[in-house]
Every structure is written in structure tokens, then in C-alpha cells.
Write a protein that binds this ligand. Sequence first.
Ligand code: DX5
Ligand code: ZN
Length: 220
Amino acid sequence: MSTKLIAPSILAADFGNLQRDVEMVNQSEADWFHIDIMDGVFVPNISYGMPVLQAITKHAEKTIDVHLMIVDPDRYIKEFANLGADNLTVHYEACTHLHRTLQAIKAEGMQAGVAINPHTSVDLLKDVINDIDIVCIMSVNPGFGGQSFIENTYQKVQRLKELIVTHNASTLIEIDGGVTNENATQLIKAGADVLVAGSYVFKAKDQKETIKDLKKLANS
Ligand code: DX5
Ligand code: ZN
């Protein structure tokens, strides 16, 4: 079985001490930096944009996993590639021509991800599953950190895992929202590969230890 990955979500970091928090992730057992870009249109919140991403990538020494919660993401694919994104995830609900968008992301040398909202069925990805490197299942409604995990997520992960196996695809399953030590084991059992964790990591007393424990839990 391949190693399960941990992706701390920078949305929950202390922006007054951004470099310190990026260094903490560098020194931890985390695998990816998860970076949420929100436009105030696709989701009811605005997070941060290009200059902040640039400040992060300047110090980050791990995979940069960018999660776009924006309308018409095609406009910015090239720009995010130039800014150092390794993975670029767009929302299913924000793409009219998802297949084309995925090809455009790959053409820029990035891994192509698709995020789905809690109300979106994984079955809608059937016809493009072999074109997707990462499916990000939202386990909260996107827009804010610190929300409670939606229990129906386990079933979605299981269903998606079946779909991936049936199509002989190598797609990774990423879970985003409300991830803690209490749901990690069941998520992994259901078929998850990557756990995003914002508040759970950054609100912890010992952040590095919390990442270490989550990683251990995910791989045991
Ligand atoms: C929510 C974001 C998440 C968020 C997760 O819209 O996509 O990445 O930062 O934060 P927690 O782990 O606090 O739910
Ligand atoms: Zn996210």
C-alpha cells in the first residue's frame, strides 16, 4: 500500500508569522502545502491571492497543492504554474469544459485536480476519471476553515475508490475539511490517500507532533 499523505492547510496558519509556519511544515512529517484560493464569488469568502502564494513558495520545500475556489479557473492556470504550483485543483462546479481545463493544467506541467462540493456525486466524474490526478472530496462546504466534518463523506470516498479501481485509474483521493484524528482512520479505510488538515494542525499546541501523529494514524 502506498504512503498516505498529510497536507496542512495554510488557511489556518498565523499570517503574521507566515514564514515561521511554513518552516514548521518544512520541518514536519507533512507531505504537501495545501493552499486555498477563494474569490468571494464561487465561495462566500476571500482568502489570499498571488502575492501571498509567492511568499509561501519562497520558503516552502514541499509539494505546493493549490485548491482554487474561484469561478472560471481557466483564466489563471498559466499564472499558477509560473508561481510554482505543483498540483492545481479546480472545482467541478466551476468548470463548463472540465476535460479541456484538465488538459490545460497538465500542459503546464502540473498535476490536475478536481474538487467536488458535498452535494456533488462522485459518479459525475466517471467519464473523466482517467484524466484526473487528484480528486478532492470536500468534507465541508468550501469557503471557511474550522467547520465540522460531514459524515456522508465516508460513503463518497468508498464509491470513488470503486470508480477508480474499475477504471484502472491512478487518481489520488484527497479529503478536505474538518479532518482530525477522530475521522482519519475511517477515511483511510474508505480509500483516502491525502488528508488536508487546517485547524486541527495549526490550533494544536504542538503542531509538528500533531502532524506526526496524524501521519502515523493514516499509515497504520
Ligand atoms: C475550506 C478549505 C479547506 C480548509 C480546511 O474551504 O478548502 O482547505 O482550509 O480547514 P479545516 O481543516 O480547518 O476544516
Ligand atoms: Zn482546500
